[in-house]
Write a protein that binds this ligand. Sequence first.
Ligand SMILES: Cc1ncc(COP(=O)(O)O)c(C=O)c1O
Length: 398
Amino acid sequence: MNPQLAHLQPYPFERLKLLFAPVKPNSNYSAISLGIGEPRHATPQLVLDALSCGTGELSSYPLTAGQPALKEACAGWVERRYGVRVDPATQILPVNGTREALFAFAQTMIDPTRPNATVICPNPFYQIYEGAAILAGATPYYVPSDPSLNFNISWDTVPDRVWESTQLVYVCSPGNPTGAVMPWSDWEKLFRRSERHGFVIASDECYSEIYFRDEPPLGSLDASTRFGLRDFKNLVMFTSLSKRSNVPGMRSGFVAGDARLLKSFLLYRTYHGSAVSGMVQAASVAAWSDETHVEENRALYRRKFATVTPMLSEVLDVRLPDAAFYLWAGVPGGDDEGFARDLLARYNVTVLPGSYLARSVNGVNPGSGRIRMALVAETEECVEAAKRIVDFVKGNTG
Ligand SMILES: Cc1ncc(COP(=O)(O)O)c(C=O)c1O
């Protein structure tokens, strides 16, 4: 068997299961989970309709390169959203959601025969980056999110020797779990480094349409154009319909950027057999071409966060994030595992310990002392969870 499999870490939810195994949740309360970041708002009717109209596609094998109509719809969205033109034929590739694409991309980009093959990951992070790096034969290097930088990544802490051996950098903006949007100054830094050291940037932007500031999150394609990168050199952006259009089960997203990298990625994907179903491609055209449902979805999140965040900030170290659908909160006493365990036992609410989403480096785990709460349920349920958390903290500290 592939020996690298032994180096994969347990997924955060497996660790949560172990933590909760001996706990008996208080049955006087209904169970509420803020644990899993799975969208739960309704799927828009226009996507369901397009899916049922697309059943004719099932009688033939789909194109890995994607239907031209889908690639044009994606390019149209990129232009409307970021004011950037991409060539649908060479600079766009549909994928089965960003998760598989983020994973497969490392398998395509990493040359494990070069010394010290390194993949830079934010810390805390989406665990797929780490597994992708390990299975590609590279070593992950974790760069911490810094609370004093609005939880952005402290790129300046990466030593030159690490940049020199880096082949791939994962960026997550808006970030999971912090919700931080990477500012222009950080993009500039990364592009300069990439020009100097030749590494590739994989920019995970799957939360880009759920935001709480007036201005939409800066995207990597936009930033690279501003920087003057020619033809998105060494940059690929990953985006998805899962959160934007509430279709996590449809498995649909796309990547856009450097045509040279996408050509190799397409070759890899052809062998890997990761073409997107034709029916899903047809429904995705409808989803990317409509913005009304996205605005409505964003408005729902905004109302929910505006209600819940002030309730929780009374007892936790938390504030409205830039974007995404998580609250990343510091807990009193700093024991994130103990907080999650006791909250379940007393109030039947599930939250995720922040330390499960990050790695300890030199004895410091940047997720420790924090919890991640996914506000994906309807507002009423999130408000009920917030009330219980307030009672729980007041009961513990008062
Ligand atoms: C940061 C991040 N990237 C990527 C994904 C994968 O999403 P999908 O494969 O549905 O596009 C997730 C899912 O939760 C995520 O949190």
